[in-house]
Design a protein around this ligand. Structure first.
Ligand SMILES: O=c1ccn([C@@H]2O[C@H](COP(=O)(O)OP(=O)(O)O[C@H]3O[C@H](CO)[C@@H](O)[C@H](O)[C@H]3O)[C@@H](O)[C@H]2O)c(=O)[nH]1
Ligand SMILES: O=C(O)[C@H](O)COP(=O)(O)O
Length: 332
């Protein structure tokens, strides 16, 4: 193993049981932090209610009743162009809900998870941000406490990634822990080749992660699924490996996309990584998928990047400064 990886794993890899709720609450109170949990959701009416309700019950209601204060100050769902009842369900279970396109509409609107996270920076108020996916089927409020552990106890840490066994449901009652197809076949190999210091990050695409607001305010964010790999690489390049930590959260299961949909995600990740290697932008922004029987389809690949949100927040109409630009064009 590379020496740097050994040192990082030793110093920056923890497990969620390392901190009790009482310890985290005391650390939060002492350091006067404010915590926002942000849940991006596109058509997740089936699962978002349980995620919202679980976090609210354990980390707002029970924490207040048992320990005198909430660990989570704000629970925000960003409804990302949903066409089902996601917003209604999330609101009924106790979240503040914002429709992505309605947040700072003068900045425009794009589809995608990264766009939802970027828009969340204009409506959330915490200085510590915890991101949690809305499609979780196996999870717990310890995802949030675990991710906050390093931020509340180690000032140097800027970004915390969750990791876990990824339970893949084959749909035939035969679960395995081989989930994370894009993670294993694209993200980790790319990181290992070009950012080998990051090879110890076990789930670089984890949708469960936490960061300091000052970090998020300063980063450009891809509008689509490239947001996780971009944030990881950019945090490392700006602040060094030891600004990144990871926390073992146990096991996680979620809704699975089809291979041909994950190919679009993989294409975006490759473009985002390439842009960070040499600034190159793909000549097109569509992926053609052909089949043996002559069938084919053309899928849009989100290849836009939003500028850092921090400087834009104070401006009522920043004009072109707030617009998305192609991946690779943003100043780095
Ligand atoms: O346009 C979108 C698409 C997704 N989501 C939400 O983002 C989360 C993750 O989306 P999902 O489609 O479940 O992603 P995965 O296929 O699970 O992709 C994995 O890998 C991605 C990075 O490549 C990460 O963004 C994901 O969090 C991670 O779970 C879910 O809450 C979605 O509802 C949006 O808000 N807007
Ligand atoms: O992280 C990933 O690779 C994608 O979310 C796909 O995960 P899955 O293979 O478990 O569906």
């Amino acid at each position: 193993m590379r020496a740097g990886t050994t040192a990082w794993l030793t110093q920056r890899t923890r497990t969620h049981t390392d901190w009790s709720l009482a310890e985290l609450l005391a650390a939060k109170t002492d350091s006067d932090h404010r915590v926002s949990v942000v849940i991006p959701a596109k058509d997740e009416a089936a699962t978002v209610g349980e995620v919202v309700a679980g976090i609210r019950a354990a980390l707002i209601d029970d924490a207040t009743a048992d320990l005198g204060a909430p660990l989570v100050d704000e629970l925000v769902v960003i409804d990302s162009d949903s066409e089902d009842g996601t917003a209604t369900v999330a609101r009924e279970h106790g979240a503040e809900v914002y429709r992505s396109e309605a947040v700072r509409p003068e900045l425009g609107s794009h589809p995608g998870k990264g766009e939802a996270l970027w828009k969340s920076l204009f409506v959330s108020t915490g200085d510590l941000l915890v991101f949690v996916d809305a499609d979780l089927r196996l999870w717990g409020p310890h995802f949030v406490t675990g991710l906050l552990g390093p931020l509340l106890t180690t000032p140097h840490v800027q970004l915390v990634k969750g990791f876990y066994d990824r339970v893949l449901d084959h749909g035939d009652g035969r679960p395995s822990t081989e989930g994370g197809r894009v993670t294993e076949l694209v993200a980790r190999p790319v990181l290992d080749l070009w950012w080998p210091d990051l090879a110890g990050v076990i789930q670089p695409l984890a949708g469960e992660w936490a960061a300091r607001r000052e970090l998020m305010d300063a980063l450009s964010l891809p509008t689509g699924y490239g947001v996780e790999i971009a944030t990881l690489i950019d945090t490392y390049e700006r602040h060094g490996l030891h600004a990144v930590a990871q926390v073992d959260l146990g096991a996680r299961a979620h809704e699975h996309q089809k291979d041909h949909d994950l190919a679009v995600m993989a294409a975006e990740l490759l473009a985002v990584a390439r842009a960070r290697c040499d600034g190159a932008t793909p000549p097109g922004d569509r992926l053609e998928q052909h089949t043996r029987d002559g069938g084919w389809r053309s899928r849009p690949v989100p290849l836009l990047t939003r500028p850092p949100a921090g400087p834009l927040r104070a401006e009522t109409d920043p004009g072109p400064a707030g617009a998305a630009v192609p991946v690779g064009v943003e100043p780095r």
